[in-house]
Write a protein that binds this ligand. Structure first.
Ligand SMILES: CC(C)(COP(=O)(O)OP(=O)(O)OC[C@H]1O[C@@H](n2cnc3c(N)ncnc32)[C@H](O)[C@@H]1OP(=O)(O)O)[C@@H](O)C(=O)NCCC(=O)NCCS
Length: 222
């Protein structure tokens, strides 16, 4: 899907809670998320009743975690509208943060300090490994990002980008300010200043036939 279309369809900031609404009795992914939501909603509750409620929801979480073979920690910060279409084998570290309206496929791992922006779709089997280096505490993924199936992401990904492969490389990035999508055809060294040299074809909206090649362009900050 074109990345502009992709970013237009779902908000990165306004959680769409209807995505989490339990649709049927057997709805393991949504029930797992619901258990986390209820536990967190009662996290500050004091007294015996608070402890009983937390125990109930932590057991409920344990049940759905066992059913789905997922490990999504009760302490994870999860923005509203998370979708787990095939809830199986998903592992999310307790320190990970997930933005609004993300979608996580089966067998995905968010290892360590991983911060997802809003509307990040992660394909099946992808692994995001944070932190990327000693200098950074977080592996950060921007808004409206697609991570391909089985990708291994060990570096930050900017907003409006699609990354695939091992290690994951950005194959295209949309620049809202330029109204254009940049398709990456080759990569070069990544200098200290953070600019990435790529050979790019720049497709200006409505001028696909007259696309021209530019050789260096900085990626937008996350
Ligand atoms: C990343 C993704 C969203 C890109 O989709 P797209 O925009 O339609 O991309 P395209 O099919 O145009 O592919 C663009 C290029 O990336 C490559 N590519 C796409 N997905 C890839 C992946 N997961 N790993 C490696 N390369 C991939 C394609 O081979 C193609 O390369 P080429 O230009 O050299 O031929 C999609 O491929 C993907 O991985 N989606 C996850 C789907 C998923 O997990 N579904 C689970 C269903 S149960």
């Amino acid at each position: 899907m074109d990345i502009k279309q992709f970013s237009d369809t779902v908000s990165a900031t306004e959680p769409d809670w209807s995505r989490e609404k339990i649709r049927k009795a057997w709805d393991p992914g949504r029930r797992l998320i619901w258990a986390i939501r209820r536990y967190q909603a009662n996290a500050e509750r004091k007294g015996l009743w608070g402890r009983v409620i937390r125990k109930y929801w932590s057991l409920n979480h344990l049940f759905w975690s066992t059913v789905t073979q997922c490990e999504i920690h009760l302490a994870c910060e999860i923005g509203g509208g998370l979708l787990l279409p095939h809830p199986n084998g998903i592992v999310i570290h307790s320190k990970s943060k997930i933005g609004a309206n993300c979608l996580i496929m089966h067998q995905v791992t968010l290892a360590g300090h991983v911060k997802l922006g809003g509307h990040v779709d992660i394909g099946t089997g992808a692994k995001l490994l944070g932190p990327p280096s000693k200098n950074s505490n977080w592996l950060t993924v921007g808004d409206h990002v697609q991570v391909g199936a089985n990708a291994i992401v060990s570096r930050d990904l900017p907003s409006y980008s699609t990354a695939v492969g091992i290690p994951a490389k950005i194959i295209r990035q949309y620049f809202p300010t330029l109204s254009s999508t940049l398709y990456v055809f080759g990569s070069g060294p990544c200098p200290e200043n953070g600019l990435i040299r790529y050979e790019l074809e720049r497709l200006v909206e409505g001028q696909d036939d007259t696309a021209h090649v530019i050789d260096v362009l900085p990626f937008a900050p996350v």
